[in-house]
Design a binder for this molecule. Structure first.
Ligand code: PRP
Ligand code: MN
Ligand code: MG
Length: 175
């Protein structure tokens, strides 16, 4: 049986943190050409909230990459399922994620955008599980640290369900 058990991060907490991150990003990038790149699918909900907290016009694009399983190794390469459309050479890139777990996805994406000659590449995530990290990727804008629990909502799924929950919930899976 699968059930969502309790709210880990409320709507109010999420909204407050998104506003704070938006204000910080707006200050840091004022006068620069910034492109937000949302990482599908999980990053889509946070992305749509975050972009509306930024106080100047930004570019918006999305990409979709393969995920890693529990037995992943740091030598794995990411597969791009959907790439961005924009030419980002010379532009400042902010990768927008719902959750950083092992850090592998973002480590690879950071390298990829450096190779594509972005002016800079930074990372923004609303949730982070520091205890799960396999690679030490610097998170420039980190929303809320959470324990190593299976969580859903605010973009995060279990078997493609629950992304539309407005809060972050702990889910218990199994019999
Ligand atoms: C999740 C999450 C991040 C990634 C983080 O995506 O949204 O993109 O895993 O994991 P990592 O730090 O260990 O690399 P998932 O692969 O579940 O795809 P989804 O966003 O489409 O659900
Ligand atoms: Mn994802
Ligand atoms: Mg997922």
């Amino acid at each position: 049986m699968t059930q969502i058990t309790k709210v880990l991060v409320s709507k109010d907490q999420l909204q407050q943190r998104v506003q704070e991150l938006g204000a910080e990003i707006s200050r840091d990038y004022e006068g620069k050409e910034l492109v937000l790149i949302g990482i599908l699918k999980g990053g889509a909900v946070f992305m749509s909230d975050l972009m509306r907290e930024i106080t100047f016009p930004v570019g918006v694009d999305y990409m979709s990459v393969s995920s890693y399983g529990a037995s992943s190794t740091s030598s794995g390469v990411i597969t791009i399922k959907k790439d961005i459309d924009m030419d980002i050479r010379g532009k400042h890139i902010l990768l927008v994620e719902d959750l950083i777990d092992t850090g592998l996805t973002l480590q690879h994406l950071k390298e990829l955008f450096a190779l594509r000659e972005a002016a800079s590449v930074r990372i923004c995530t609303i949730l982070s599980k520091p205890s799960r990290r396999l690679v030490d990727v610097p998170i420039d804008y980190s929303g809320i640290d959470i324990p190593d629990e299976f969580v859903v909502g605010y973009g995060l799924d279990y078997a493609e369900q629950y992304r539309n929950l407005p809060e972050v919930w702990i889910i218990k899976t199994g019999e």
